[in-house]
Design a protein around this ligand. Sequence first.
Ligand code: HEC
Ligand code: HEC
Ligand code: HEC
Ligand code: HEC
Length: 156
Amino acid sequence: MRKLFLMTIIVLTAMAALVAFAGDHPEATEATEATEATEATEATALPEDITIDACADTKAAVEFPHKAHFEYATCVDCHHTSEGLTAETAADMEVATCMSCHLEPEEAETPKCSEKSTKKNPYHINCIGCHKTYLKEHEDSSAPKKCAACHPKPAE
Ligand code: HEC
Ligand code: HEC
Ligand code: HEC
Ligand code: HEC
């Protein structure tokens, strides 16, 4: 577990270094532009922050600091159908989005992202479930559990 964590840090640091390097060279030639395109693909493969909005209807879209969460759970804890997914294997795997199964689920019992209930929405079960457990032991934690903390009220 500790080894895996260290590997994750090493991989993330390497990626950050690559991105920083690309950023330092705006006067890129065609050849480096091609390299940047490859890096961009890698960056998309492991998104840093994600706006979850495929179901946003009555509530505002939710900002999710994805990479920050690599510290709190394994990839498979959340990507529960992606067997063998780790920061290392991600580049060689197709990672199905939650939405591909939870937007219009085949089975009526499968949690659906348009649900308001804490027990029927896959994100409410996953996100709020973990935050509540964590808050029990870390009272000063910033893990959000109030509606408006995840669905900010739109400015009027
Ligand atoms: C930890 C973050 C989090 C908290 C706290 C949270 N939600 Fe959500 N909620 C989400 C996410 C993520 C989605 C999926 C959004 C999407 O796919 O567009 C969602 C979806 C929804 C939806 C369906 C989409 C829509 O816009 O109609 C409703 C309704 C909703 N939440 C209501 C609530 C209410 C009410 C509360 C408080 C009791 C709450 N949420 C608390 C993260 C959260
Ligand atoms: C706390 C939960 C959580 C953890 C931990 C987590 N992810 Fe994610 N990941 C998500 C959510 C939520 C999305 C957005 C999916 C959606 O919108 O349907 C996502 C999106 C992704 C995507 C983009 C999929 C696409 O095609 O848009 C990849 C790739 C990914 N995660 C890989 C990983 C890897 C690799 C790890 C472990 C190092 C990991 N995730 C850890 C919740 C998590
Ligand atoms: C390939 C389809 C698929 C993908 C991708 C997928 N799910 Fe699911 N999920 C399901 C199905 C089917 C169920 C209901 C049966 C079950 O529990 O396995 C489910 C159940 C769940 C549950 C309820 C588990 C419980 O104990 O009640 C949660 C929470 C959940 N998914 C969250 C997520 C999140 C978050 C993601 C993305 C990070 C995700 N799912 C990706 C198909 C998928
Ligand atoms: C396995 C546990 C777990 C899951 C699942 C999880 N989180 Fe978290 N989340 C945490 C912890 C732990 C923290 C940070 C606690 C701290 O630093 O005080 C956190 C913090 C956050 C924060 C605040 C970040 C900040 O800058 O303070 C947001 C926003 C957030 N989570 C959104 C989500 C959303 C949206 C989901 C579902 C897609 C989710 N989380 C799923 C454990 C989890």
